[in-house]
Every structure is written in structure tokens, then in C-alpha cells.
Design a protein around this ligand. Sequence first.
Ligand code: GDP
Length: 444
Amino acid sequence: MANVIVIGSQWGDEGKGKITDLLSRSADVVVRYQGGVNAGHTIVVQGQTFKLHLIPSGILYPGTECIIGCGTVIDPQVLIKELEQLEQLNISTKNLLISQTAHVTMPYHRLIDKASEDKRGNHKIGTTGRGIGPTYADKSERTGIRMLDLMHPEELRKQLKWTINYKNSVLEKLYDLPPLDPEAVIEEYLGYAERLRPFVVDTSLKIYDAVQKKRNILFEGAQGTLLDLDHGTYPYVTSSNPVAGGACVGTGLGPTMIDRVIGVSKAYTTRVGEGPFPTELEGEIGDILGDRGAEFGTTTGRKRRCGWFDAVIGRYAVRINGMDCMAITKLDVLDTLDEIKVCVAYEIDGQRTEHFPSSARQFARCRPIYQTLPGWKVSTTECRTLEDLPKKALEYLKFLAELMAVPIAIVSLGASRDQTIIVEDPIHGPKRALLHADGTPVAV
Ligand code: GDP
């Protein structure tokens, strides 16, 4: 498998959790490289559901090292809860490492996140209100608190006194909120620091070391390409870089050490929060997709907007991420439909375009141009090979792969690990086979 990045090719929630969980089986190290507790993966193993927000899903495999990289932001309170939940289920967390340079979400970040979203009126971004955006803003403003700072109580005390006083004036004057008690916050975070101390190291060194030892590393992106701060549908984006390039910045590993990029796409599209969504279905079919696909956010419980597969977005994700194969998830959600539409291009102001526009204003004016395919109208949840699939489902997959010009390596037909078809050479043949560092094929 070598060093593989798994990214979401749409607006997040593509089922990356299940795919990274599957691939983690062959990985020695799994690394999360951006985002915070605003992300959420749901993994079902032997009927047991695990909801993970920050800890890489590789934690479910004993012996797999899991790393939370420097590009993430860490809410210690939530992370500690996640650790406790895993420990209660007898899942060892001894293989977890946390970057010492990852930034820390503080109580004022959460307060400012919610208050600033409320102030936006009709211009809401749809933030999860977990303080992620303000934590990244402080990182850029160079007033952030890092895990490293938590490890030095006296310096932390000084740093937080100043920062909390500063943030209190923002809370009071800008948002009409009561100030925070600096002493209480300092004590609370010193407690978290002691709990997390054993996990905090220079993770970039650990990752480089793993590369040198030719261990298999899986880089796990949260959210998706269209939520990327630079390449997504700005301003309705997250505050970090979920795209494949973010894996290098968010871990400290150079790009020449990455071997492969796998993009995860649903067989249709969903979007949480605000912003244009050309293939959105507001009627009965949208409800069918939402109900059959259980389209409610792992972190927020928010209902996701549903629509047809959008190949314009798909091709954009292939380009921006340098994607060399795809995993298509939730094909089973389409099982009952008479016909299925795929957006092959957009019409914008009377002109056809195959390209994703970088301006949100232009994107809002894009109308989908559809091609309609027949539905297969039988259950695919028991299919385990491409041959098991109904012919029309296979044709649908083939159509997607051809539109996006990348092979499909994995097809997912249900939430559990076994409801999966692993195809190394489904349509065009992968550019590089999925290989172990010693050259043997990975049997996922
Ligand atoms: P992620 O953040 O990209 O991992 O996405 P989520 O975990 O938020 O959403 C994926 C949801 O779909 C979870 O509830 C999964 O258990 C479920 N899921 C994943 N793959 C499939 C699939 O192929 N079919 C069905 N029906 N559900 C799936």
C-alpha cells in the first residue's frame, strides 16, 4: 500500500470512515492531518457503531499506530471523552500520538464561533459551532495555543492570562457576552494537559521514521474537497485543507513521499450547511436518498441536503487532489430508484461548461445538465464481487469512472466492513496497483 492519502471528493460525509477503516487493516500507521472535532466518522464493526471525531479510525486495529497531525486543531475536552469511550469498550489507546504543534481549541473559540455565526444573519456559513474556525484564525493570527504550550504550565499560565483578557474584551464588546474567568480556564486546561501529556510528541519525526522503515502509512482527510479553505466553495468551507496537498502540510511529510491518492465519493451527492448545490433534490427523491442513506451528520445530527451525483465536481476533485482511483460508497442507497441522473456538465448563463467555477457567485448560477440512466431496482447489499452486481448498477459505476477518467478501486454497499467490493482493476485499471512496501498486493 505504501503511503496513501484518502480524501473526500465531495462536501464531506462520503463514507471516508468506512474506507479508511478498511484500508487501515493493511496500514501500519494512520494519520489524521487537518480539521478538528467538527469532523465525524461512523464505523460499524460486528454490529457495534463507533463514532470518532478526532482519533483516526485505525485505533480499532490493535498494533496500528494512530497519529493526530499538526494540521489538526484539538479540543482536549472532546478528545479526552473520545479516549474514555474507547477505553470503556476495551479498545487500547496506547498507540495514539498527538502532534505537539497542533493548535488547541479554547472555550473562547467555541463562544466566538457561535456568536459570530449568529451575527451573520442571512450570511451564515453553517459552521458546527465547535470553535474550529476561530482556532485556525488564531493560528494564522499567531495568537494560538499549541499542544506544546499546554505541556509547560508556568508559561501557559502567562500566555493564557494575556490571551483570555484580550478575548474577554472581544466577547464583551463585540458580542455582548460575559467574560471568562482566566483562572478557571487555566486550571481546566492544566488538567487536560496532564491527561494528554503521554500522547504528545514530535509526530513529524515519527512519520518520517515510519517512511524510512518502509511502513505503510494511511493519511486520513476529514471533510471533503469542496469544503477546502482554498479550493472549496468559499466562503461555505471549513477552515483547513482537506485536499490531498493538506496531508503534507498537516503532517510535515514532503510530497515526494506520497505514493497514491484515493478519492471517496458517494454514488450521489450530499451537502450539510449553506451554499449552492446544483444537483440538490428537494422533493420525494431527495427524501428517499436522505432516508435510505441515513443522511444526518455524525457530529451535529443535522439533516444533509441530498442530490444526484455531480461529475463536474468529481472531475474537479480528481484534478485538485491528483486522485488516482476512487472508492464509490452507498451504491445500495440507489437500489430502489426507477432511474438515476448524473450531472455531466453545467449550464451557466446559456453556456455549457465541464469545469467547476471558482467563484461562488458563478457556482450559484450553474444549472445541471443531466444524463439519465436506468435504475436496477434490486438490492445490492449482498453483492461481494462486480459479477454479483446487477448489470445496470455496473453500467452506472462504469459511467462514473469514464466521466471522471479514474478507475474505481472500491465499491461500498452498506455500512459494515463486509459490504464491500474490492476491485483493483474495475474499469480502466489503476495507474499503480495497491501494493505493500515489499511489492506484494494488498488484500483488503
Ligand atoms: P465520513 O465522515 O465521510 O466517514 O462519513 P460519515 O461517517 O459521516 O457518513 C457515512 C455514513 O454512511 C455512516 O453512517 C456509515 O456507516 C454509512 N455508510 C458508509 N458506507 C455506506 C454504504 O456503502 N452504504 C450505506 N447504506 N451506508 C454506508
